[in-house]
Design a protein around this ligand. Structure first.
Ligand SMILES: Nc1nc2c(ncn2[C@@H]2O[C@H](COP(=O)(O)OP(=O)(O)O)[C@@H](O)[C@H]2O)c(=O)[nH]1
Ligand SMILES: Nc1ncnc2c1ncn2[C@@H]1O[C@H](COP(=O)(O)OP(=O)(O)O)[C@@H](O)[C@H]1O
Length: 227
């Protein structure tokens, strides 16, 4: 039976994880899992974990590891027979270790984007909170200004995308991501892509994945559910 494919995409806020993982999902038929979307869904549904997560996000903090695990566990359990690409998890070494003991990753994509580029992109980022769909007023604007393309609902700008919150978020990302990146480097599964434009990085990611994914099927089981 063909092997399943499990990948993680990492990068600072605004580096294009959401944009690129959406393209990968469409091109290669992987299921895209996004920790930010799970959190927003849980906040919207008022689950215990969602209510708790909200108190951290409002303060610009990472959600604690045990809350993240609680949020992601049921979703990963549903995915034991699917190939997937995870965006936004792991974000700490403890999360990386939890994921490690749960399944073998095939590949980690790390996006390395200059600070000025991140700042520009995020000041122009608008999202549809219910779906997590992301727009940029210059790069991929909605068809109707201020409205989601599918639902027609209003778009919002997240508080933590404002420039004053960004410096702290980026510093924090660097500190926390370094040991995770070192871990994946030592496992030989890390691939880093640098640049200022998603459209220029994309062909490299596309060709890398084309060499890795062709034999992927949705029928095997390689990942065991988290305990
Ligand atoms: N100008 C520009 N904006 C981009 C590019 N790639 C992504 N974006 C936009 O930059 C913002 C951040 O991208 P996103 O995929 O949400 O990044 P994430 O925070 O890493 O998931 C979004 O508004 C995207 O639409 C690019 O190459 N150029
Ligand atoms: N794996 C994670 N661990 C802890 N907190 C997380 C994780 N993923 C998302 N979050 C929280 O949810 C917020 C929104 O996540 P996300 O949509 O991925 O946005 P961004 O990529 O802009 O940080 C984060 O700023 C963080 O507070």
């Amino acid at each position: 039976m063909a092997k399943l494919f499990r990948a993680v995409i990492m990068g600072p806020p605004g580096s294009g994880k959401g944009t690129i993982s959406e393209r990968i999902a469409q091109r290669f038929g992987l299921t895209r899992l996004s920790s930010g979307d799970f959190i927003r869904e849980n906040i919207a549904a008022n689950t215990d974990a969602g209510v708790l997560a909200k108190t951290y996000i409002e303060r610009g903090l990472l959600v604690p590891d045990h809350v993240m695990t609680r949020l992601l566990l049921p979703r990963l359990e549903e995915m034991t027979r699917h190939s997937w690409l995870m965006d936004g998890f792991p974000r700490t070494l403890a999360q990386a270790e939890a994921l490690n003991s749960t399944c073998d990753l095939d590949l980690v994509i790390s996006l390395n984007i200059p600070y000025e580029t991140l700042k520009e992109r995020l000041s122009d980022r608008w999202i549809h909170p219910a779906s997590g769909r992301v727009y940029n007023m210059g790069f991929n604007p909605p068809h109707v200004q201020g409205r989601d393309d599918i639902s027609g609902e209003p778009l919002i700008q997240q508080d933590d995308d404002k420039p004053e919150a960004l410096v702290a978020r980026l510093r924090h990302y660097k500190d926390v991501a370094k040991p995770i990146i070192d871990l994946y480097k030592s496992k030989g599964i890390l691939h880093t892509f640098s640049g200022t434009e998603t459209d220029r990085i994309w062909p490299y990611i596309n060709s890398l994945l084309s060499t890795k994914i062709p034999s992927t099927s949705q029928t095997d089981t390689q990942c065991i559910p988290m305990p």
